[in-house]
Design a protein around this ligand. Structure first.
Ligand code: HEC
Length: 142
């Protein structure tokens, strides 16, 4: 039918526009994880990871970790797995046990944002955290 064909055409157009937008978003983002860091982490950890985000001015008791020293503190090796778990937060590490001044548990937050946890939301959450870990690795001071 003609109507059906035209709906298909419109759908195809919509999908290609969406794909274009999505690829532009990735290009504008620079490094994977960078945008996510700016949106969710810089407020506490600071724009360059030094732990001097704006939230510290409002909540002096908050002590966001200086994320530029992780490699130095770990004898020259970036502790990727530890950082991954720290961001995810579903394993109850010390950083999340600081009461009101704790580090948010991003793994939980992002899963909930996607509705009922499911394999896709889990995969997306993992990819997001992995990208953040890679981005934080680029912030390390030698
Ligand atoms: C509300 C403030 C806040 C926000 C927002 C925040 N953090 Fe944190 N973060 C903290 C605090 C507080 C600690 C704990 C400091 C410590 O244990 O020394 C911490 C610790 C960490 C650690 C170090 C864990 C360790 O023990 O080595 C990493 C890595 C980290 N945050 C990454 C992130 C990332 C990535 C984001 C964004 C997705 C983020 N944080 C957002 C407050 C925050």
């Amino acid at each position: 039918m003609l109507a059906e064909a035209s709906i298909r055409l419109k759908l195809a157009a919509a999908v290609s526009i969406w794909l274009l937008l999505a690829s532009n978003a990735v290009m504008a983002q620079g490094l994977p994880g960078e945008q996510d860091y700016r949106n969710n982490c810089a407020i506490c950890h600071g724009p360059t990871g030094k732990g001097d985000g704006q939230a510290v001015m409002v909540l002096p008791a908050l002590r966001p970790k200086d994320l530029t020293q992780l490699t130095k503190e770990n004898h020259g090796v970036f502790p990727a797995q530890k950082i991954y778990l720290a961001i995810d937060g579903r394993d109850n590490i010390a950083a999340h046990e600081l009461g009101d001044n704790r580090m948010p548990t991003w793994g939980v937050n992002w899963q909930m944002g996607a509705g009922e946890p499911n394999p896709t939301s889990e995969a997306n959450t993992r990819r997001r955290i992995q990208n953040l870990v890679s981005y934080i690795e680029t912030l390390q001071e030698k």
